[in-house]
Ligand binder design. Sequence first.
Ligand SMILES: O=C[C@H](O)COP(=O)(O)O
Length: 295
Amino acid sequence: MTVTGFEFFGKYTETTPTKGKEETVEKAKKDAVELAKNSFFVNRVIKDEVKKLISYIDLTTLAGDDTRSRVEKLVDKALAPVSNDKSLHCGAVCVYPARVKDVVNHLKTLGKKINVASVAGGFPSGQYHQKSKLLEIQLCVEDGATEIDTVISRGEAIDGNWQAVYDELKQQKDACKDAHLKVILATGELQNDENIYKASWAAILAGADFIKTSTGKETVNATLEVAYIMLKAIDKYYKESGRRIGFKPAGGIKTVEEALGFVALIKIILGDEWLTPDLFRIGASSLLDNVIKAI
Ligand SMILES: O=C[C@H](O)COP(=O)(O)O
């Protein structure tokens, strides 16, 4: 099985149509990020834009001391985060594999539904046998997870073994069955922009429904700069294939302004069609409280 598509989709350095010799990928990235940071509604924090953030949030708890009661409270909050507006709810709840059953059972008790995401497949390091990664995904799906957030093998990516990265993710996608697959690139550990771009491709070509920046456990997690690179890959793939892939920044996104910066960058690179929970999520454990304060 070969990684089909790398040669077809070109290199990161070719992602910017040159407007002249000064137009480089670095300058194009800097310009887009600056534009996003200074976009109209980031500076003025328009309430409607802020309210929409709630629907994008994968409300997350990924702690060693997570308990059933903590997870049940997370579900309650994700289902009805704003007491005086019952129409608002988060995009998903995101928990460790061992807690999926607690989410599913609580939803059954409440008679409610919400996407149930789990970080399965060797989270957060990815340094596990492929067999155990696949079993973890299989068990989560059997427990009722509807979305799997899995990690790539950073070691293989850094060594440029893209076939191995692709092959593992293809098997993990198959293990998901009907569950959606979000692939975490752990961009903070991929060492350079070219690796981030190629890791985006390996994930997309292996069947990812979303590509996600980070586990939240790296030293550097979601930034607008890495988001730019990943969005360029999503954009090029859409232009070549007609298929839209979702984007999920995660890790360290705590303020409304930070979250709206990602919204603005998506508007700039992909357009408003992506601003739906089916194609855009934010992995965050503390952003929701700040959004609620701002509306
Ligand atoms: O998506 C999952 C991330 O771990 C959330 O990171 P955070 O706790 O910094 O919001």
